[in-house]
Design a protein around this ligand. Sequence first.
Ligand SMILES: *Cc1c(COP(=O)(O)O)cnc(C)c1O
Length: 424
Amino acid sequence: MSAREADSIEGQRIPPTIPYARQHIDEDDIAAVVSALRGDWLTQGPTVARFEEALAERCSAPYCVAVSSGTAALHLACIAAGVSEGGAGITADITFVASANGVRYAGGDVAFADIDASTGLVRADSMVRAAERLLERERRPQVFIPVDFSGSVADLPAVRAAASRYGASVIEDAAHALGATYESEGQTYSSGSCAHSDFAILSFHPVKHITTLEGGAVLARDEGAYRELLELRSHGVTRDPRRLARYDGPWYYEQRRLGFHYRISDVQCALGLNQLTKLDRLIARRRALAEHYDEALRARGLMAWLDPIRGSRSVHHLYVLSLRSLPGEPLAAIAARRLRLYNQLRERGILTQVHYIPLHRQPDLASSGETEQLFPDATRYYAGCLSIPLFPSMSDSDVVRVVDALSEIVPSLSAPVERPHLRG
Ligand SMILES: *Cc1c(COP(=O)(O)O)cnc(C)c1O
C-alpha cells in the first residue's frame, strides 16, 4: 500500500497536485477582459498600441510590435533581421524549439551553441564556433539568438561582439526574462531594451511572467525595422501614405510584400496591460519563492545532491535543479536517477518538467550535422536537470511540501544500488 492510499483510508485529505507552472489571474484581470469585451473593439482597437507603448517603456526599448505569439515574434524578427534562403541563424542548444524555428520559417538553416551548465545560458564562444561550422557548410550566419534562460539575461554584450564579426544581427529571446536587468560596463540595462541587440522577443504564454493567453511581442531598436514589422504582422499590407505606390482614395491600402496574419487582439492586450501593472509584484513573489527554496534545500542538506541552476539577477521564470553526479557516474545513470525523481515526485502530486531537450536531439533540427559531441555541457545538463514548481500563486507551504518530498526521495536515489546477496 502506498503512503497516499494509507492517507485516504485514514480519511485524510490528499493534497492537491502542484503543477510546475501556472498563470496568475486576479479578479481585476477578469474585469479588464470583461470591460474590453463590452467595448467597441475586440481585435484591432487602440489597446494594442497602448500595450505596445507600455511594453516598450517597461523594457526601455525604442519600439514594440505586439503579435499573436512568441513564435510569431521570432519569425518576424528573423525576417526583419534579414534571414533568407541560403542564410542561417544560431541559437542555444538548450531552449524551446521556437527559438530555432523562426530562422527556419524565414528560410534559414540553424546551428546550435553549447551552454554554461551552471547557469543554463548560451556561451558566446560556442556561438562563434557554430558560425564557423555554418560557413563550412556555405551558409552565412545572419542572426545570433541568445536565450535568457530561466530568467537571467544571456551575456548580450559578448554575443553582440561575436555576431558583429560576421555582420550578423542579434535577436534576444527574452521569453523567460520580462522585467530582468543586466549590467555592462557599470551600467544597468533591461532585458528587451535592444541596448545590445537589434531585436528582442517576448512571449505571453500562460506560464510566462505575464499572459495574454497566447501572445508575444518584438522589441526593436530601428524605426525602419519597426515599420517593416508592423506590415509583416498584418498581411504585408500598409496604409501609410509615405509607403504607398499610388493612392485611389481613403479606403486604399497596398500589399507591399507577402506578410502574415500574426495580429494580437484588443481583448488580449487589455489583459496584458493589466497584468503588466503587477509585473514587479509577480517577480518579487517569484524571487521570494526561489529564496525560500534555496534556504529549505540548504537547511535539509540537499545542496549536496542538487545544484540549482541560475545566472545573475534572475526574475525566476523557472527553478531548475541539476542532479550532482556521483563519483564516476555515467550520464545514463544520472538520467535514470532524474527519471525516478520525476516519477516519484509525480506520485506525490508534484509535477515537474525538463527544460529543455537539447535542440540537437530533435530529428527535424539535427539534420545539419549538429552532433552530440559538439555540446558536452548541454548534454551533461540535460541528463540531470529538472524544473520544480514555481509560480506566483504557490504558497510557502507548497514549497515546504516540494522540499519535504525531495528530501524523502533524493538521498535514496543516490544510495548505491543494492547488490543481490550471494549465498554462502
Ligand atoms: C515560450 C517561449 C517561446 C515562444 O513562445 P510562444 O508564445 O509559446 O510562441 C520562445 N522561446 C522561449 C525560450 C520560450 O520559453
